[in-house]
Design a protein around this ligand. Structure first.
Ligand SMILES: *Cc1c(COP(=O)(O)O)cnc(C)c1O
Length: 415
């Protein structure tokens, strides 16, 4: 920033990251995290595509090292694996949106889940997680954590009696998602946070499907929020990244561990996230409305057996969702009245929806859940984990509702 004139530098000090006092989520999404005045007075934050940073003198090196101990670290960087200004801007933007003290951007949503667990869970400890969660998360907890002598109990999402009963003295963390995937179950965050506090266990919520536009779990007392930024935060199906948000006392050691494990994100991805997040509120509010219209259309269609969407009053999580969410999100699932072949015919006939397993981007996507995400299981094993052969998941993009409904309508005729 040394090429900025003095007045701009002074104003920057007043408008530094995190000090901006704006209330609206869309204003935060556009402005938070970036300095008001940038090099050469560029309007948009540059991509700092550099692996290392220089010091002008040895006294600056000493000042930097001193700042790493106690107190407030000075705003400069040393090496790409430990931080980068473009990444710091994206982190500060999400921190403003999630009302978080600190945020770290990591290589993927899975890194955002595995790294906090590796930090929080020593050998001999115990984790409780809820079912209907991201499949790779469950695989990590049930197989890889076991190798470190870390036990894991899975309880049904929303069954708080089962959750309490599963708590042991060595339970260090509680992990859940809301809305969940693929059934869009809704977790009562206040109750979950209270149980965590009472038993001295850190509560972690994968809030990928909600986004901070619909729910801010930290406001409900949750300790750590994790995101697959690959989905709504990026919003354009063109990047893979993750975020972890929470209090600095938790994020700082997680950042240190990530610097050792090396699952870091890169400045180009941070730039795409800064750009994507600017339209987060616009996109999510539109997706909320469109998904609601699609859910209502499907619920009334004779070829559809059941729709899973928290914005339908028939959904078991509807009341909690009304209390805890500003919108019901852009993902929904439904059971078709028909067999696997009928599901395949329906999906093959879609002309606007793509067949693809992600969610949260501009393009609407459809999958046959059993084939796309559970192909390695037998039909019996799939039923055991609650995945029937007629379950279809739709990720609503930002297209017009009438076109998506017309597309579904013509494809349903072939069922
Ligand atoms: C996609 C997803 C993940 C994994 O994120 P990646 O960015 O693909 O690593 C985790 N949780 C949820 C809810 C997801 O949708």
């Amino acid at each position: 920033m040394s090429n900025l004139p003095g007045a701009a530098r002074e104003r920057n000090e007043k408008n530094n990251r995190g000090e901006m006092k704006v209330e609206g989520q869309s204003t935060r999404a556009v402005h938070a995290g970036e300095r008001r005045f940038k090099s050469y007075h560029a309007l948009v934050d540059p991509i700092f595509q550099t692996s290392a940073f220089t010091f002008e003198t040895m006294s600056e090196v000493v000042e930097y090292q001193e700042s790493q101990g106690q107190g407030q670290p000075i705003d400069r960087f040393e090496y790409g694996r430990y931080g980068n200004p473009t990444i710091a801007a994206a982190e500060a933007r999400l921190a403003a949106l999630e009302n978080a003290e600190s945020v770290i951007q990591v290589a993927s949503g899975m890194a955002a889940i595995t790294i906090p667990l590796l930090y929080l869970l020593p050998a001999g400890s115990h984790l409780i997680m809820t079912d209907d969660c991201y499949r790779r998360t469950r695989q990590f907890c049930e197989t890889y954590l076991k190798n470190f002598n870390i036990a894991c109990t899975v309880v049904p999402l929303g069954d708080f009696a089962a959750l309490e009963a599963a708590v042991r003295p060595e339970t260090y963390a509680l992990l859940s998602e809301t809305p969940s995937n693929p059934y869009l179950r809704i977790l009562d965050l206040e109750r979950f946070a209270e149980i965590g506090r009472r038993h001295d266990a850190i509560t972690i919520i994968d809030s990928t499907l909600a986004t901070p536009i619909n729910t801010c779990p930290l406001d409900w007392g949750i300790d750590l929020v994790v995101h697959s930024a690959t989905k709504y935060l990026g919003g354009h199906n063109d990047l893979v990244a993750g975020f972890i948000a929470g209090k600095t006392v938790l994020i700082k050691p997680i950042r240190n561990l990530n610097g050792i494990l090396g699952s870091v994100s890169d400045p180009n991805t941070a730039y795409l996230l800064l750009r994507g997040m600017k339209t987060l509120a616009l996109r999510v509010e539109h997706q909320n409305k469109t998904a609601q219209a699609v859910a209502e259309f499907l619920a009334a269609h004779p070829a559809v057996e059941q729709v899973y969407y928290p914005g339908l009053s028939t959904h078991p999580g509807y009341e909690i969702a009304c209390r805890q969410m500003k919108g019901f999100g852009g993902l929904l699932s439904f059971k078709l009245r028909g067999d696997v072949q009928a599901c395949y015919r329906f999906i093959d006939a879609l002309q606007v929806f793509f067949i693809s397993a992600s969610l949260g981007g501009a393009e609407s996507l459809a999958i046959h859940v059993a084939t796309h995400a559970y192909y390695d299981l037998s039909p019996e094993e799939r039923l055991e984990v609650g995945i029937p052969d007629n379950l279809i998941r739709l990720a609503i993009g930002i297209e017009d509702a009438q076109d998506l409904i017309a597309d579904l309508d013509q494809a349903l005729k072939l069922v």
